[in-house]
Design a protein around this ligand. Structure first.
Ligand code: HEC
Ligand code: HEC
Ligand code: HEC
Ligand code: HEC
Ligand code: HEC
Ligand code: HEC
Ligand code: HEC
Length: 400
């Protein structure tokens, strides 16, 4: 009798324990851990921001097409990108076809008319403002496809830095790309003395795009508090960006906008608002020369009087949750919060009214990146990668 009761009690206890474990597992379903709530939970109370943000370049800057299964789940996403089927010619005997096969998009290598390799598009990088880069899985390594797609030029191009006379499927996409272009990916333990090239990931662990908590930090406590206290209108358990000192505000963006020549030792995924970049070992600031326009917005702004004297930070001009970039006229309004814009007495032949509509082309001109360019099909020519310089200055050569 006693024994049966004991067995029954034990059974009941284990069942309760299992239920508890499962419940907590559901709560911490975010791969980053229980401190994170996930962007889907923000919608309830921050509806406008969330619906705008769904179209934001940060949010769309990467997509794991294989999310939660081995088949192309998000092929609908691929369809929205409007990528034409085409071919890219390296030389008479060597070309890459961009082909649709069973709903998926493949890059197929042909040598002398014979198919030698075909890889399926499984990860997309870029929101498509300028370009897309594509990835595929090779075991637990993420590899880069030979071809990029340029959205402004509407053409396929050989990926920057790839050989210009042969098809290359051999470059791994390393954690560093993902640290700037996604919210999280779990890395497999790698032996200490191996190079980045050996980096391996846990498939399915990637959180695509830059989500709310990538910028604002873990927010589960914030969500929990406000769900329990719906009458409280002041934010709780949340770092306030506007209360941070200027350098910390800049670092929050500089984490990903200070270029590729800066080194981070350790994962950038752990960075939270209020942290400084110096807290990450070896995350040095820029060390000489004119920073390239690609990715160096923070250094370039720091070299401008608007920052040095005016203390302009990134959000002086950028509305961070916007669904699309603003027109130059709207950006010019941001300039005029500090400048009148009517201080151009020496500018001959330029209508004053027009001056006020476009400060940008004269003071933040587009410049070619010196570090990347894209090779055209059937040619050794490069299509330049053009970006706005954030060194806001007087460019005399632009005015006759
Ligand atoms: C149950 C409601 C609720 C949910 C869910 C919620 N928040 Fe909030 N949040 C609030 C309230 C209330 C405020 C204060 C009023 C405001 O700024 O809208 C706030 C303010 C904020 C602020 C502004 C802080 C500042 O600078 O003043 C941020 C950032 C924020 N929330 C981020 C998030 C993120 C990220 C999520 C999702 C992970 C989220 N919130 C989910 C209720 C919520
Ligand atoms: C790229 C970084 C970044 C991402 C991603 C981001 N935010 Fe913000 N957020 C900011 C910055 C910077 C501010 C302060 C700017 C300001 O107040 O104008 C801010 C301010 C806020 C505020 C308070 C001010 C306001 O406009 O009401 C809320 C609430 C907020 N964010 C919620 C969210 C939610 C929800 C998401 C995801 C849908 C999100 N943020 C994604 C950077 C980000
Ligand atoms: C986790 C990395 C990361 C952080 C943090 C980050 N960015 Fe970005 N940002 C990116 C990437 C990657 C892109 C390129 C997006 C794309 O694919 O078009 C980008 C693009 C942009 C763009 C161009 C978007 C467009 O609409 O064309 C602006 C402006 C920008 N970021 C400003 C900011 C500001 C301001 C902050 C700080 C509040 C910030 N970013 C924080 C990674 C980041
Ligand atoms: C230090 C952060 C950082 C790293 C590392 C990084 N990127 Fe970027 N990437 C950016 C930023 C910021 C932009 C947009 C603005 C610019 O080009 O300055 C961008 C732009 C892009 C774009 C064009 C996006 C668009 O919509 O026009 C693609 C594609 C891209 N990166 C892919 C990659 C790949 C692949 C890697 C790894 C080999 C990588 N990036 C490494 C920050 C980074
Ligand atoms: C937060 C305030 C602020 C904002 C926003 C701002 N500036 Fe400035 N800017 C300043 C200050 C302060 C100076 C230095 C004093 C001066 O020359 O008026 C300056 C200097 C300049 C100069 C002179 C540069 C030189 O080398 O002498 C130019 C040109 C300029 N700004 C253009 C712009 C443009 C264009 C925008 C918008 C894209 C802009 N500023 C946005 C505050 C700002
Ligand atoms: C004085 C105004 C101003 C400030 C301050 C500013 N930006 Fe910009 N930014 C602009 C303008 C104007 C553009 C061009 C938008 C366009 O052409 O659509 C731009 C474009 C960008 C782009 C897209 C680059 C491209 O050419 O497509 C990125 C990324 C960016 N800004 C990041 C930042 C970051 C990060 C900071 C802070 C370190 C910052 N910006 C500060 C005005 C500013
Ligand atoms: C057609 C090109 C052009 C346009 C448009 C333009 N600027 Fe300028 N700006 C210049 C040149 C050139 C100078 C050098 C001084 C001169 O020759 O008058 C200058 C000088 C400046 C200066 C520093 C001189 C001073 O008086 O302090 C500021 C600040 C400035 N511009 C801001 C702006 C703002 C803000 C806008 C938009 C409202 C704007 N500019 C539109 C070309 C332009």
């Amino acid at each position: 009798m006693r024994l049966r009761r004991l067995v029954l009690l034990l059974f009941v206890l284990t069942t309760i324990l299992m239920v508890i474990v499962q419940c907590t597992q559901i709560q911490s379903s975010d791969p980053r851990g229980a401190a994170y709530a996930g962007s889907a939970t923000c919608v309830k109370c921050h509806q406008d921001i969330s619906s705008n943000y769904a179209h934001n370049a940060h949010f769309k800057t990467s997509k794991d097409l294989l999310a939660d299964s081995g088949t192309v789940k998000n092929e609908k996403y691929l369809d929205t990108l409007d990528l034409p089927v085409s071919e890219f010619v390296f030389n008479a005997g060597t070309k890459v076809g961009i082909e649709r096969r069973q709903g998926a998009l493949y890059q197929v290598a042909y040598v002398n008319g014979r198919e030698v390799k075909a890889e399926r598009t499984e990860v997309v990088f870029g929101s498509g403002r300028r370009a897309f880069t594509f990835g595929f899985w090779y075991g637990d390594q993420m590899m880069q496809m030979p071809l990029n797609y340029l959205t402004k030029a509407h053409q396929w191009a050989n990926s920057p830095g790839f050989p210009d006379d042969q098809i290359y499927f051999g470059r791994p996409i390393i954690a560093r790309c993902l640290e700037c272009h996604s919210s999280y990916i779990e890395q497999k333990a790698t032996p200490v003395n191996k190079f980045n090239e050996e980096e391996q990931f846990v498939k399915g662990s990637m959180i695509s795009g830059i989500d709310c908590e990538r910028c604002h930090g873990p927010a589960a406590e914030h969500v929990e508090f406000h769900l329990e206290n719906p009458e409280e209108k002041r934010p709780s358990h949340m770092i306030k960006y506007k209360d941070l000192p200027l350098s910390r505000r800049l670092d929050m963006c500089g984490l990903c906008h200070s270029g590729t020549e800066v080194q981070a030792n350790g994962s950038k995924f752990a960075f939270q608002p209020g942290d400084t970049l110096n807290h990450i070992p070896q995350f040095n600031t820029f060390n000489g020369g004119e920073p390239d326009v690609h990715g160096n917005q923070m250094q370039l702004l720091k070299a401008s009087p608007c920052f040095i004297i005016g203390k302009a930070d990134c959000i002086s001009c950028h509305d961070i949750h916007d669904d699309k970039p603003k027109s130059v006229a709207l950006y010019s309004n941001k300039c005029m919060t500090c400048h009148q814009g009517d201080n151009h007495p020496k500018l001959k032949g330029v209508e004053q009214a027009l001056i006020k509509q476009n400060c940008i082309d004269c003071h933040m001109p587009e410049k070619n990146s010196n570090v990347i360019g894209f090779q055209k099909s059937n040619s050794k020519d490069k299509i330049p990668y053009q970006l706005r310089t954030h060194r806001i200055a007087i460019y005399k050569d632009l005015v006759k």
